[in-house]
Design a protein around this ligand. Sequence first.
Ligand code: CAA
Length: 290
Amino acid sequence: MALLIQTSLCKKLLCLSKALPVMSMKLSTEGTREYIISEKVGEKKNVGLVRLNRPKALNALCDGLITELTEAVSEYDADKTVGAIVVTGSERAFAAGADIKEMLHQTYSENLKVGLLEQWNNLSKCKKPVIAAVNGFALGGGCELAMMCDIIYAGEKARFGQPEISIGTIPGAGGTQRLTRSCGKSFAMEICLSGNQITAQEALTRGLVSKVFPPEKLVDEAIRLAEKISEHSPLIVALCKESVNYAYETSLTQGLQFEKKLFYSTFATDDRKEGMAAFTEKRKANFTNN
Ligand code: CAA
């Protein structure tokens, strides 16, 4: 009886912990967990590196993996010593999509009740820049996860695609929306309706990724970029990210107004004063995040 009560209490606590906002979790995500490996990297250890690590399933994005990834990203977002985050997978797969086996028996009403895939959105709420370093397959939810990041670097052998149509469904974590915004309607339609994969080179030509590297250099290059970003004022970096993201949400006129207001607001910060003073005095800026 006591065991029964204990088990039911544990289940309730587990449900409650899933319902809590990720930021309130106190778990340390550094190190190896079931589905991810995370560590601070870079010369100054100011880059949070999260590696998806479910090799047997090509990093298929099961619930547990997304929970761990969301926790790690939230923790690095709250960590004052970290300036930017890199998310990567293995050379064979960034991620081959949402876990099809986990979704196999899911019903419409269950999807509504549990809010299937809603947890994924937490990743795009990160205030710090997130760079996706994509080697191998980035398919379905894997491609969508990469597109939730702010910058995508790809290895030469990376493959992108939204193959959901060939398993009788459609993208459910932003594929139809983000791909259309980054690559235009005709190309997004072609990819989502055909289920075809595209190469890293084509992704580059279409503007889906910003640079392509040899596979073995990819993660180092992403870390190098994250280190460069981390040299700047975190406060101003967050404003800049917010302003670029706003371009996806609004008209040009409203976007320009929004940008101007954020630009003006940087003049209320110590870091803007320090940045301009350092330039004038021909020295390196010492930003304080104020
Ligand atoms: N879900 C669950 N398991 C997956 C998976 C996925 N998305 N992708 C691959 N795996 C598993 C395979 O089942 C296999 O496991 P077993 O050895 O236990 O059978 C293992 O990973 C290796 O995969 P393959 O043997 O298929 O490897 P391959 O090299 O022959 O093919 C592939 C690679 C082309 C990526 C192929 O695995 C594939 O097509 N995967 C599915 C891609 C897909 O449809 N993704 C969309 C998912 S739905 C979605 O993402 C919805 C959304 O919008 C969020």
